[in-house]
Design a protein around this ligand. Structure first.
Ligand code: 6CS
Length: 338
């Protein structure tokens, strides 16, 4: 897909951005970019957010799906500089900016049971109180974090044990802890932005990658891989935020509007995910009957789980005291929903 250059994007958005400045109390156009297509989970969330804002105010929200304004790193830069008012960037790409956000890549930290997982996202102090402070330091108002679905691996050959990943060039999001996780499992981790993944699989530059079921189906990852392996090691987390100066400049009423829109979209997206993983895997099987889909047993998962200790130690080393506080709080929050 052809990407716009940064200066083209700035030119495109600058005119509209100027109209925003003096009109905070009047009808404004707010821009919201995300990392997926309109019909994928982030797009469904963004659509719900937009609907709520537009039904309850004179403001409009223009949505920019993946590919319209660049890669994940580009839209984050645009949100930080105030060209965009809202952005959805997954912690998988936020590691350099906010190292603590990498906590979501400690394998087997999040519950595999959806009810517990959703309750954790709803009630977690780490997510709802501590992370907003860390995002604020980067000029971002963290509005919501939410899960997108169980992450599974796609490879050319079956993966039943970590040794099966030996020498496999495995694409990960651009996140140092994910590199550690796949290295701990014996793979050769290859960080890449999303836009390069299909082509890299097609040409054999990489042989594997991981993503939730709905994304494996909608992006047709199954066309360029032969085996899907689910080992319960993670659920894809994403984060929606606003430019902090923009948010702080809103009236109390507008802040409530934005917060209520976030709550409405959050509730909707959790319900939307009921059965989505199973449906997506079934659709893949239908589209490509010889695709092997392996759900590893508890016994088979054990060696993958054991490597998690090493990854947690790497997280501690990368993030020091601040990371420890987040991880400890997350563990306490998880214990509370268990
Ligand atoms: O793997 C990725 O890079 C992408 N995966 C998902 C599920 N959403 C956006 C992200 O860019």
């Amino acid at each position: 897909m052809k990407m716009l250059t940064k200066s083209m994007v700035r030119g495109l958005l600058a005119g509209a951005a100027i109209t925003m400045l003096p009109l905070a109390a009047q009808a404004a156009e707010w821009r919201y970019a995300f990392e997926e297509a309109l019909t994928e989970v982030q797009g469904v969330y963004a659509t719900k957010f937009k609907e709520h804002i537009e039904a309850n105010s004179d403001h409009t929200v223009t949505l920019y799906p993946f590919g319209t304004l660049g890669e994940s790193a580009d839209i984050m830069e645009q949100a930080q500089s105030g060209i965009l008012q809202f952005v959805d960037q997954s912690p998988g790409f936020t590691g350099a900016l906010i190292p603590e956000a990498q906590v979501f890549f400690v394998p087997y930290l999040l519950p595999q049971d959806d009810e517990k997982l959703f309750e954790f996202f709803r009630t977690s102090k780490a997510i709802n109180e501590m992370f907003p402070e860390l995002y604020a330091e980067q000029g971002l108002e963290l509005l919501k974090m939410f899960p997108e679905g169980e992450v599974c691996l796609t490879t050319q050959e079956p993966v039943k044990k970590p040794e099966d990943l030996n020498e496999v060039k495995f694409r990960v999001m651009t996140n140092p802890l994910l590199v550690e996780a796949y290295a701990a499992w014996g793979a050769t981790p290859t960080p890449l932005p999303w836009g390069e993944v299909y082509g890299a699989l097609q040409t054999g530059i990489i042989q594997g990658q991981e993503n939730p079921g709905f994304f494996l189906e909608s992006t047709k990852m199954y066309e360029v891989t032969d085996v899907i392996t689910c080992l319960g090691h993670n659920n894809f987390t994403t984060a929606v935020m606003a430019n902090k100066n923009f948010y702080d400049g809103l009236s109390d009423e507008e802040k409530t509007l934005v917060n209520n829109a976030s709550e409405a979209a959050f509730d909707y997206i959790l319900k939307y995910q009921g059965g989505l993983q199973e449906e997506s895997l079934a659709k893949i099987k239908e589209a490509k009957p010889d695709m092997q889909i392996n759900i590893l047993s508890e016994e088979e998962r054990k060696p993958f789980m054991e490597a998690a200790t090493e990854v947690e130690a790497a997280f501690a080393e990368m993030t020091g005291e601040s990371g420890k506080k987040i991880l400890d709080q997350m563990k306490a929050d998880l214990a509370a929903v268990d």
